[in-house]
Design a binder for this molecule. Structure first.
Ligand code: ADP
Length: 875
């Protein structure tokens, strides 16, 4: 515009014309508003002049300036319209095209000279250069503005967070870079695009209701598929253009894809009423804007998602906080309940308080706690809330019919329940609560590991009184109550046990003092030792007997005896005491049964019978050993005196008896003259009885020797076969008299043994003579000898005689024992033989036993070692 004005005034001056005008064409040779310079006071109106000269435009070619000298005659119309008399028009040519015309006019007729024409032509030429430059500048400026707009848009987009804001911005920016009548933004979902915003449409156009199927709209589909913008010069003429009421005005048209990561998320359409309004460049600008919008849209979407996410999170945080608050309240309630409940361990107060607290926690005024009876499994109502909301102790057996009711259900399922209206719940049993008008109920089981202890139930006469959220609270409280109940029950058991234990301890103490009294007054000495041989008890009798004070040895090891300062100066005594007791203890452990032994002590001479027994506690545990001491010195002495007396008497008897026997024999031999038949039988009676008396005396003397350990065995090699022969020889008369069958059996491997020949013979003779004596005539008896599996010499003497009852077998080897049997009187005897025989066998280190059955016969057996090594070097 400025260039045109300057140009017009320059022409006015240069050519001294009245009027100058510059008209410029646009791209399509439309004449743009002209600029006029006029020297007149009332200048020509540019539009009027432009309109007037319009018909001349076509006749002015680049090479042909138009020069009219007499307008009035040649073109009267123009002359009339403009008041000009002469007109000169020179084309403005830029490169190959005419871009405008520069006019000069006079209000008088004038013959245009060649100089004027060429001057204007030169000027026009210069003007064209200037315009070209200006246009370039303008394009440059426009481009810069587009670039600026795009950059600015990009920046703004990045700040925009709402989708709506983005539409507005897109349209705003679009307005800055392109002329359009309407524009619309569409978003694509699969095969459809939806119009989500528009600009320039009539307010009632409702374009955001529009959507197009891509399959129906080939143009839009083309843009989506090619991902390139598309320009139409005249959409209405295009066969594919979809015309709806809102698109009827559209001629010039651009559609650009909204591309995000190669994905077409929508379209931006720019519409113009003008045919050919847009070119490729406009399309590219739209595309660039659309791309930025797409990016922004995606960001906005992401942002929206993130925002939504944030909002969700925030919401959830809020909800959780509320939950936590509730949880905290619940915990606080539970904590308070626990605190209060654990204050006492008594069952009933605990139950009552628990019920009250639970009711408080859910605002209930009614409720009860029912507990299962341990043995019957019946439910007993233990506590009920009264009208003041206080718990009362009750003891009501509950019966909810066959189904068990709601309480039965809770017990069985182990679940808590909240029932908004019992009238609509089939589990509810009419009599389930004592109050008739119960409408809503909340109940929880009192759960322990091994099943529910009972049920805590709270109720209300109003329906929907309890909230589902309170179920959790009640469950927690019920669990607490269950634990406390469990503890209370446990406590009851423990306190009962403790009472029992107290009684037991009192009894124990009493028992102990009794035992103490008994032990103190006991005539027997008692020493109790623990497993480490520490003396635990040493009673007064033991003190007296051993001459050791209890205070010295109690609490000490038994070995401490060795250090006892013996007042008599004879240290051997305490030493022997220790030795004797210690050996007894060792034997006790080895034999693991009660054990007896004698203890002989010197200065003063004492014989003490010691009885060792394990100290056995309850359940068979061994704590140590008990030694019972009995001072048998006196008994031993009197026994010895008795034995001495008997043996000296026996000795004294033997001498006269020997002479009696001798003289009877002499008389029988007729040394004192003939003996009559009747005298002979008398003398034989005397002889037999003298023999028996002699046997008795010999036996008694032998016993005496055995008892006083005066037997000296004389070992020598002994052949058992010889003994058997000897014995048979001795018994020949009796065997024959009874017509008995006697036999002998000696195994080939039986060796000579080391033994006392005389004593062995005596043993075998005793057994064999018993076998003959206690067997009926014509019976059998047998003597057998062999080596037993242990390598000892065994001798059996077997008979088919009267036998011995099991009862009698037990006392068989005791002195003066003679048993009832049919041959007893006929056999005669002292009852000492077996006891002496057994002693002899034992002196040889052997054993003797019997097997017998009454009426069937007996077998007496004994074993002795083949050699006597340990006695070889004895005195
Ligand atoms: P005595 O034979 O002198 O009576 P013993 O000590 O030899 O004394 O025997 C004790 C008692 O054992 C006998 O009185 C007798 O009752 C019983 N006895 C011994 N040997 C036999 C036997 N072989 N058969 C049955 N009883 C016997």
């Amino acid at each position: 515009g400025d260039i045109q004005t300057t140009a017009a005034s320059s022409v006015l001056e240069l050519l001294s014309v009245d009027v100058a005008m510059v008209t410029v064409f646009d791209d399509r040779r439309h004449i743009l508003p002209p600029t006029v310079a006029d020297i007149a006071a009332v200048p020509l109106k540019a539009p009027a002049l432009s309109r007037a000269v319009k018909p001349l435009v076509a006749s002015i070619q680049p090479s042909q300036p138009l020069a009219i000298s007499r307008l009035r005659t040649e073109m009267p119309k123009i002359a009339r319209a403009t008041g000009l008399q002469s007109l000169l028009g020179v084309p403005i040519v830029l490169r190959d095209g005419q871009i405008g015309i520069i006019w000069a006019g006079y209000r008088s007729e004038r013959d245009w000279q060649a100089r004027e024409i060429s001057l204007l032509s030169i000027f026009a030429n210069q003007l064209s250069q200037t315009i070209a430059r200006a246009r370039l500048l303008h394009i440059e400026q426009e481009r810069r503005q587009v670039a600026d707009t795009l950059r600015e848009t990009a920046q703004m987009f990045t700040r925009l967070r709402t989708v709506e804001g983005i539409y507005e911005l897109i349209f705003d920016q679009l307005e800055r870079v392109l002329d359009f009548d309407t524009a619309s933004l569409m978003l694509r979902r699969d095969d459809r695009v939806f119009v989500i915003g528009g600009r320039g449409f009539a307010p009632d156009a409702q374009i955001t209701d529009l959507s197009f199927a891509l399959s129906d709209d080939a143009n839009l589909r083309n843009v989506v598929e090619t991902k390139r913008p598309m320009v139409l010069d005249d959409a209405q003429l295009h066969p594919n253009f979809v015309v709806v009421p809102e698109t009827e005005h559209i001629h010039g048209w651009i559609a650009a894809p909204l591309l995000v990561d190669d994905d077409v998320i929508g379209l931006l359409c720019v519409d113009s009423k003008n045919v050919g309004a847009y070119d490729e460049e406009a399309a590219n600008i739209t595309f660039a804007l659309a791309s930025q919008a797409a990016q922004a849209l995606r960001n906005a979407r992401l942002y929206a998602e993130v925002t939504q996410l944030n909002a969700d999170l925030e919401q959830r945080v809020l909800e959780r906080t509320a939950e936590l608050q509730e949880e905290q309240d619940r915990l606080r309630a539970v904590h308070a309940i626990t605190l209060e409940l654990t204050a006492t361990l008594e069952l009933q107060p605990t139950l009552n308080r628990a019920l009250e607290l639970a009711a408080d926690a859910v605002d209930a005024r009614r409720g009860s706690i029912m507990l299962r009876e341990t043995n019957s499994l019946d439910l007993i109502c233990r506590a009920v809330l009264n009208s003041e909301g206080l718990a009362e102790t009750t003891d009501i057996r509950m019966d909810f019919g066959q189904s068990g009711g709601l309480v039965g259900w809770v017990m069985q399922s182990g679940d808590a329940v909240c029932i908004p209206d019992v009238r609509t719940d089939p589990r509810w049993h009419q009599d389930e609560s004592r109050a008739g008008d119960v409408r809503s109920v909340i109940a929880a089981p009192l759960l322990m590991q091994d099943g529910p202890l009972g049920v805590l139930m709270l109720s209300s006469p109003r329906p929907d009184f309890f909230r589902e959220a309170q179920v959790q609270l009640l469950t927690t409280i019920a669990n607490e109550i269950a634990i406390v109940l469990h503890n209370a029950t446990l406590y009851n058991i423990i306190s009962e046990l403790a009472n029992e234990k107290g009684t037991a301890e009192a009894q124990q103490r009493e028992e102990n003092s009794k035992n103490q009294a008994i032990l103190s007054s006991l005539g027997e000495g008692v020493i109790v030792l623990d497993e480490e041989q520490q003396v635990v008890l040493f009673n007064p009798a033991a003190e007296m007997m051993l001459g050791i004070p209890s205070s010295y040895i109690t609490g000490q090891s038994l070995e401490y005896l060795l250090e006892f300062p013996d007042p008599s100066g004879n240290a051997i005594r305490a030493g022997q005491m220790y030795e004797g007791i210690n050996q007894g203890l060792v034997a006790l452990v080895e034999q693991s049964k009660n054990y007896n032994r004698m203890l002989s002590l010197p200065s003063p001479g004492q014989t003490i019978a010691m009885n060792f027994a394990p100290w056995v506690g309850p359940r068979g545990a061994t704590f140590g050993s008990v030694v019972v001491l009995r001072d048998v010195t006196r008994e031993i002495e009197s026994d010895r005196a008795k034995r001495d007396f008997i043996s000296s008497v026996s000795h004294e008897l033997r001498t006269p008896l020997t002479s009696i026997k001798g003289y009877v024999d002499l008389l029988l031999l007729g040394a004192a003259g003939p003996v009559a038949e009747s005298q002979l039988s008398f003398l034989n009676v005397v002889k037999n009885n003298a023999n028996r008396l002699m046997d008795l005396i010999n036996d008694i003397l032998e016993i005496g020797r055995i008892d006083s350990d005066k037997i000296q065995l004389t070992f020598e090699p002994v052949d058992i076969r010889e003994i058997f022969t000897d014995v048979l020889q001795t018994l020949r008369v009796q065997i024959d008299r009874k017509a008995m069958i006697a036999s002998v059996e000696v195994a080939d491997d039986v060796p000579e043994v080391t033994a006392d020949m005389r004593r062995m013979t005596q043993v075998v003779l005793n057994l064999a003579s018993n076998a003959v004596k206690y067997t009926f005539p014509e019976g059998r008896f047998m003597m057998r000898s062999f080596l037993n599996p242990a390598g000892m010499l065994q001798i059996d003497v077997e008979d088919s005689g009267v036998g011995i009852s099991v009862e009698d077998q037990r006392n068989l080897f005791r002195r003066f024992q003679r048993f009832d049997n049919p041959l007893r009187d006929e056999a005669g005897g002292t009852g000492l033989g077996l006891s002496i025989a057994k002693s002899f066998v034992e002196l040889h280190g052997g054993e003797m036993w019997v097997t017998s059955e009454p009426g069937q016969g007996s077998t007496f057996s004994f074993i002795i070692p083949v050699t006597q090594p340990e006695l070889v070097d004895s005195d």
